[in-house]
Design a protein around this ligand. Structure first.
Ligand code: NAD
Ligand code: UDP
Length: 323
């Protein structure tokens, strides 16, 4: 073992990113406690870890207090896709805000370092492009995305106040769109939707004319960024943007997915959801300087294992995938 084993808690550990993080931390020899209420996460994502002697899973909702003894906390619990976070918007805000209060309180009591999975959504529909961390954002406080965007913004406020007021060691990472195996097939996010549609040969649903842009980061690159940020000294709090700077229109993404799957799916246009950001690309200067980190996996490369994953899943799940 390269370093002493730590007791690390991952909230949202049964979700897409959380399950990859648990796997990575176990691989480094740590003792991992996965805490999840299984709202969007699934036991399937972590079933390969269940027999690991250093892995433990607890069903718990972070909006309620939790008493455990750990050295580090990665706070990922929160539905991330618009379909899921808009399903019960009050619970979404509670998960971000009450969840942050509970996890920060725990970190304060046990003197643990705590990482917050924040989001590019704190920039809203940005008027500055690409987005650096010192941009304060352009967020609608009352729209259908606000439960997520404002919940995450308030969580950041709480993290910085616990740091200033109680000396809690915080690490705030602002995650930009990330994709890869174990994304939920029915969560409506663009990569999972397009890949499933292409594999099935059903129409690919462009919302609006598909000219809006996103920057897509492959999951392995992102997890490397998480671990590097957690390993920084006490002087580093973030916020730090974590994302890939390759920017694509949604139509370009659809074309790449069609080319890689050899699909015959046609592109169809559907209404653009309200408050859908028109452009998004991270400025990762700070991550490069502070973490010596930048993504390595290009979109076309990362789409391949993602397509393979969904191909297997469609084979196993068939009609239970709703897209
Ligand atoms: P996900 O939906 O797959 O994972 C979220 C996990 O949190 C799920 O396992 C879910 O069951 C769990 N959860 C939700 N509410 C909970 C609660 N109240 N108590 C306990 N567990 C709860 O989403 P993901 O893509 O893995 O996202 C993980 C984190 O990263 C989220 O906080 C999300 O906001 C953030 N993030 C993700 C992206 C992305 O592109 N994937 C981008 C920005 C931010
Ligand atoms: N999108 C789309 N078709 C889909 C799903 C999403 O055109 O089937 C668009 C969506 O309107 C948005 C972009 O793809 O402009 C990214 O959507 P996603 O929900 O993945 O992430 P977010 O909007 O939170 O960045």
């Amino acid at each position: 073992m390269l370093h002493p084993q730590k007791r690390i808690m991952v909230t949202g550990g049964a979700g897409f990113l959380g399950s990859h993080l648990c796997e990575r931390l176990l691989g480094e020899g740590h003792d991992v406690l996965c805490v999840d209420n299984f709202f969007t996460g699934s036991k399937m994502n972590i079933e390969h870890l269940m027999d690991h002697p250093h892995f433990e899973c607890m069903r718990h909702d972070v909006t309620f207090p939790l008493y455990v003894e750990v050295d580090e906390i990665y706070n990922l619990a929160c539905p991330a896709s618009p379909v899921h976070y808009q399903f019960d918007p009050v619970q979404t805000t509670k998960t971000s805000v009450h969840g942050a209060i509970n996890m920060l309180g725990l970190a304060k009591r046990v003197k643990a370092k705590i990482f917050q999975a924040s989001t590019s959504e704190v920039y809203g529909d940005p008027l500055v492009h690409p987005q650096p961390e010192d941009y304060w954002g352009h967020v609608n406080p009352t729209g259908i995305r606000s439960c997520y965007d404002e919940g995450k913004r308030c969580a950041e406020t709480l993290f910085f106040d616990y740091h200033r007021q109680h000396d809690v060691k915080i690490k705030v990472g602002r995650i930009f769109n990330t994709y890869g195996p174990r994304m939920h097939p029915n969560d409506g996010r663009v990569v999972s939707n397009f890949v499933v549609q292409a594999l099935r040969g059903t129409p690919i649903t462009l919302y609006g004319d598909g000219s809006q842009t996103r920057s897509f980061c492959y999951v392995d690159d992102l997890i490397e960024g998480f671990v590097r940020l957690m390993a920084t000294g006490d002087d580093v709090t973030g916020p730090i943007n974590l994302g890939n700077t390759g920017e694509f229109t949604i139509r370009e993404l659809a074309e790449q997915v069609i080319a890689l799957t050899g699909s015959k799916s046609e592109l169809i246009m559907e209404p653009l959801p309200s408050d859908d950001p028109t452009q998004r690309r991270p400025d990762i200067t700070r991550a490069k300087e502070v973490l010596d980190w930048e993504p390595k996996v290009k979109l076309a490369e990362g789409l391949k294992p993602t397509i393979e994953y969904f191909d297997r899943l469609i084979h196993d799940m068939g009609d239970r995938i709703a897209v």
